[in-house]
Design a protein around this ligand. Structure first.
Ligand code: BES
Ligand code: MN
Ligand code: MN
Length: 474
């Protein structure tokens, strides 16, 4: 008796399943793509209430697609905001359970005039899909629906799958937290798998092991009770726009350090080894500048561009307005000025504490000639995940198998607010196995997603389940 017999038999069946899956994907390539294009035609913009009807249409589309993939169930859960779609396929309670998370809402497409083709009429050009949400996150979460369909159709599902696709990620996941807290049993799982981040390049696969947190607020500076003649009153009464500009520019010093007292108190500095590892990732500063048509980069002194955009906190003005912006010139001393300001946070800063620190500081630096009002918007906590976990290893093996190269761990600069809450409420880590690229233009005009990335994701996701089930068992 040859003891390797069982190994060879089970190995042979894995190879056979792999073959079946690859040919299923190959046969259904066009169908998968056409379905995604239908989803991209629904303008599910969560920030703008004029699209509320489309939010429901998109949720129904997602529910139906999970049912059609062969799930046991899928339903829409209404919230005080946009609906959440939840579905599951439980094959065997003895197998590990993976919760897949994604979002069907998209950012506003504005400014429309900068799009080469309408944002909600997807087109394929140069092997890329152009549409709002093509990558973030419709193209990415739909890979999971199609991977699920492939695994069910070929009888290759190695884990139980729960899938939750929300409609408020782009506005801070405001109602998802409550839903998670109220449905701990429903969402019980061994790990969470998310494709809503980027890789370094198609030939440099990588896995994000961190996300930044976020505090977002709006400020208003008010001077006189009405707009005034800038000749009659100018020079003697505060101009809120001038004051706001002074206040904003004082929020950073000449080294790019944020001046809010206490802002860095909780920031966890990386060890020299961690910094070296982070900076060892392939990055070409000249290419970066060329891509953005800039002559130089900027940022916090003493840190590289990779560090500035991932492990260091930031403060940015996202929008600023006030006074006369119509045609020609109007001499006016405006009564008000406003700005939207966000701060990206890193471990162990908390969005609520940073929000409080900002408000206290902003009020304290306001001259007595104006009044200021600060209104907090949404926020979220930063997140990190170790690379020595079973789930990270499963993701790394899956990518290595499909890309033919070991993925590099990176730290992401963006935010997915629910990930820290998943950890707090479900006690589980999330794996950020994203297939997008920075050049996909998330949130920008002409957002796109490579066909290569869409199909590579569908091929890689089942490999994650295969490796995860095997590693969990051993
Ligand atoms: N998918 C992005 C986050 C992301 C992008 C992470 C690329 C890492 C790499 C997500 O949809 C997003 O845009 N999040 C918002 C957060 C929010 C609260 C509006 C963000 O980061 O601005
Ligand atoms: Mn996203
Ligand atoms: Mn986004």
């Amino acid at each position: 008796f040859d003891p390797s017999y069982f190994y060879r038999v089970s190995h042979a069946s894995i190879i056979k399943n792999q073959y079946k899956m690859n040919s299923y994907i190959d046969t259904n390539k066009e169908k998968f793509l056409n379905e995604l294009l239908d989803l991209l035609r629904i303008p599910s913009v969560s920030a703008d209430s004029k699209f509320n009807g489309d939010m429901h249409k998109a949720a129904a589309f997602v529910r139906d697609s999970i049912i059609n993939a062969g799930a046991d169930r899928a339903e829409i859960f209404e919230t005080a905001g946009h609906p959440i779609v939840y579905g599951e396929k439980i094959v065997d309670p003895a197998l590990p359970t993976v919760l897949v998370y994604g979002h069907y809402d998209v950012q506003p497409a504005d400014p429309y005039e900068l799009w080469n083709s309408p944002p909600f009429e997807p087109v394929i050009k140069n092997d890329r899909i152009y549409a709002r949400g093509a990558c973030d996150d419709k193209g990415q979460f739909y890979m999971h629906v199609k991977a699920l369909e492939t695994m069910i159709a070929t009888n290759s599902l190695a884990c139980n799958i729960k899938i939750m696709i929300e409609g408020e990620e782009e506005i801070g996941s405001v109602h998802l937290g409550e839903f998670v807290k109220a449905n701990l049993d429903l969402l019980k799982c061994d790990t969470i798998l998310i494709s809503d981040t980027s890789m370094i390049a198609n030939d440099v696969p990588s896995i994000e092991t961190g996300l930044r947190g976020l505090t977002y607020l709006e400020v208003e500076v008010v001077g006189a009770n009405r707009d005034l003649h800038s000749g009659v009153y100018g020079g003697g009464v505060a101009n809120p726009i001038n004051v706001l500009c002074d206040m904003i520019s004082s929020l950073k010093d000449e080294n790019g350090h944020i001046t809010i007292p206490g802002f860095y108190d909780q920031v966890q500095d990386l060890t020299p080894e961690e910094r070296a590892a982070l900076n060892a990732a392939p990055f070409d500063l000249e290419e970066y500048k060329k891509d953005l048509h800039i002559d130089d980069v900027t940022g916090e002194k003493g840190y590289t561009t990779i560090e500035r955009t991932s492990v260091r906190p930031t403060l940015d003005v996202n929008g600023i307005w006030g006074g006369y912006i119509g045609e020609g010139a109007k001499t006016v001393l405006p009564s008000k000025a406003n700005a939207k300001i966000s701060m990206r946070l890193v471990p162990n800063q908390t969005d609520t504490e940073i929000c409080d620190l900002f408000i206290k500081h902003f009020e304290s630096i306001a001259p007595s000639s104006v009044k200021v009002k600060v209104t907090p918007h949404h926020g979220g906590l930063p997140y990190v995940t170790p690379t020595d976990s079973v789930e990270y290893e499963a993701a790394a093996l899956a990518m290595e198998e499909s890309f033919g190269k070991k993925p590099i761990p990176t730290r992401g600069g963006g935010s997915i607010p629910i990930v820290a809450l998943f950890e707090e409420q479900l006690g589980r880590k999330s794996i950020l196995m994203g297939f997008g690229l920075d050049i996909d233009g998330l949130h920008s005009p002409n957002e796109s997603y490579g066909l290569f990335n869409f199909y590579k994701g569908i091929e890689t996701i089942p490999l994650f389940f295969k490796h995860y089930a095997r590693l969990k068992k051993s």
